[in-house]
Design a protein around this ligand. Structure first.
Ligand code: MN
Length: 345
């Protein structure tokens, strides 16, 4: 498979049982070792981990146990020819994080979040990835009056500063999302995420991860969100997927809803040599109706579509494009892009 220098990753949660808020699982659980086989079979290079994907039930384990288990996992990854792209703390399922983690009103909950984050950093270091991603799932409110939104930013900075001091070799990327599970989140866009990083003790170690669907849910264009991150040299990873309008977070296969929007994302990534900056993560989930025996196609199809679009980006007639831009004939530019995507002259 020609991969144009790109490396690809996904998370174990991207092979999932199909449960939604209204119904139970519809596919059997796939064991982690079986998932590791899928990475190789489907042409992926790296695994994204929540801390408890790497070390299950870590709240009940001692720090030395956690490190021991993470090191054992590193050996299994080595044997499979895989690396960890990043580790992320799962701070949205524990009873202590009901009202948020770093921004919870209860100081005991904030302490839990900081301690859990240190365990996550131990795991990242044991897996020998210098990279951590924060999806700030419950850092927001359902009631605007329930928290002080300005103080919430300070609490986030304090928590991140704690992580930066605890693990000096680690870089952290914020993955913003505007809503869900909370009604309204505190760091909803890439602009917010870049600004938050600049307020920390080590701005040079703070970056961003753009997820296509999260940008769309914010009413923004994912390619422009990526471009903003690139302009600050902060775009360190992406979660490509697709999203049909302003609904629940769908994690559809990349390009499945809007092919041109997918093309525009690959255009900005490829024009800025993203393969030298970070990995292409595919945060996609099979739709609930997909049968278990065919529930990996969302991953292989998304990877294939990305590579098809790299080919389309690199074969685009740039001089024709430039002339149309100079002539301000944007309708013809529209046609040029669409005809190129359709493989028409
Ligand atoms: Mn994501």
């Amino acid at each position: 498979m020609e991969k144009y220098g790109y490396k690809f990753s996904f998370g174990p949660w991207n092979i999932h049982e199909g449960a939604d808020p209204f119904g139970p699982p519809v596919r059997p659980t796939v064991a982690f070792d079986k998932k590791l086989e899928a990475y190789q079979r489907l042409g992926f290079d790296a695994v994204q981990f929540h801390d408890d994907d790497a070390v299950p039930n870590l709240d009940d384990k001692r720090p030395d146990q956690i490190v021991q288990e993470a090191r054992a996992l590193k050996q299994r990854l080595d044997a499979a020819g895989l690396v960890a792209e990043f580790v992320a703390p799962r701070l949205w399922e524990h009873p202590m994080t009901i009202d948020g983690a770093y921004t919870a009103n209860d100081p005991a909950a904030r302490t839990y979040a900081r301690e859990r984050s240190r365990k996550m950093l131990d795991i990242a270091q044991s897996l020998e990835t210098g990279f951590v991603v924060l999806w700030l799932a419950r850092e927001g409110t359902y009631m605007r009056e329930a928290k002080d939104a300005a103080r919430a930013v300070d609490l986030l900075v304090e928590a991140i500063d704690d992580m930066l001091a605890y693990a000096p070799g680690i870089r952290i990327a914020i993955e913003p999302k505007p809503n869900e599970p909370m009604d309204i989140s505190y760091i909803p866009t890439i602009g917010h995420a870049v600004a938050l990083g600049l307020k920390t003790r080590s701005p040079e170690r703070m970056g961003v991860l753009v997820e296509s669907a999260h940008a769309i849910l914010a009413g923004l264009d994912p390619a422009d969100e990526m471009a903003f991150g690139l302009a600050y040299d902060k775009l360190w990873s992406v979660h490509l997927n697709d999203q049909n309008g302003l609904k629940f977070d769908q994690d559809r296969s990349f390009g499945a809803v809007n092919l041109r929007r997918a093309f525009d994302q690959v255009l900005v990534l490829d024009d800025h040599r993203f393969w030298e900056r970070g990995m292409v993560g595919l945060d996609v989930k099979a739709v609930r109706t997909q049968k278990a025996e065919a529930a990996e196609k969302h991953l292989s199809n998304s990877l294939e579509l990305f590579l098809w679009l790299v080919e389309r980006v690199r074969s685009l007639d740039r001089s024709a494009m430039r002339q149309l831009i100079e002539a301000r004939d944007y309708e013809e530019l529209d046609r040029l892009i669409l005809s190129h995507l359709m493989g028409r002259a």
